[in-house]
Design a protein around this ligand. Structure first.
Ligand code: VGL
Ligand code: ZN
Length: 204
């Protein structure tokens, strides 16, 4: 049965640049928004923590093709592409985590970021510290992209001892290779993540 009494919801990188029209668009990335919205409402109703992560790159970030990296420029700070998708209704109590701001280091996992609840102000608090402060034992993950930042965040959560549920219809992958997302989901499951087959049907 649904038990989110010690859970937090983590919405990974649901930013304009990862949605159709963006510079590193995940195919159909915006289709997950209604599912994400339902989970946001659920966690808000139960007064459980909600965290939204954002890729937050300087314009000369090491992961960009201009610097010899694999990706087109994306999620550059202070651009529209870096903003959360405008149709997301972000709860006022939600926490925000930014990552990938060090120009020389790529950071796929939210656990490599810092809390930034005031726009433009980065704290030194990590996601792990934030979750500990709220006595969170398990995280429910949705967002973009299954094969990169969702994967990395889930694997870090599991390594840190959190339970992890992946909202299967609340994630979408880049699929540089067509099976990348499937592989990532299998890998997360093999490390202990629970794949939640259909939205709002949590548990066995
Ligand atoms: C991501 C590629 C590059 C992601 C971030 O959010 O999954 N993917 N930077
Ligand atoms: Zn990035």
């Amino acid at each position: 049965m649904l038990d989110i009494s010690r859970a937090a919801l983590i919405v990974v990188d649901l930013q304009n640049d990862f949605c159709p029209g963006g510079s590193l668009a995940v195919p159909h990335g915006d289709q997950i928004i209604p599912v994400v919205q339902q989970y946001l409402a659920l966690f808000e109703t139960h007064q459980r923590p909600v965290i939204l992560t954002r890729d937050f790159h300087p314009k000369d970030h090491i992961s960009f093709k201009s610097q010899g990296g694999p990706w087109p420029a994306h999620c550059v700070q202070e651009t529209i592409g870096c903003e959360l998708h405008p149709s997301l209704r972000v709860p006022p109590q939600a926490h925000h985590v930014v990552k990938g701001f060090n120009p020389a280091v790529d950071a796929y996992s939210g656990f490599e970021g810092v809390v930034s609840d005031t726009p433009g102000h980065l704290t030194t608090m990590t996601l792990h510290q934030l979750l500990q402060a709220h006595e969170v034992a398990e995280v429910y993950l949705c967002g973009l992209a299954t094969d990169y930042c969702v994967r990395a965040t889930a694997l870090d959560a599991l390594s840190l001892g959190y339970g992890a549920g992946i909202i299967a219809d609340g994630v979408k992958g880049v699929n540089v290779e067509p099976t990348d997302s499937e592989r990532a989901l299998r890998e997360m499951a093999s490390q202990g993540a629970v794949l939640l087959e259909s939205h709002l049907r949590i548990g066995p």
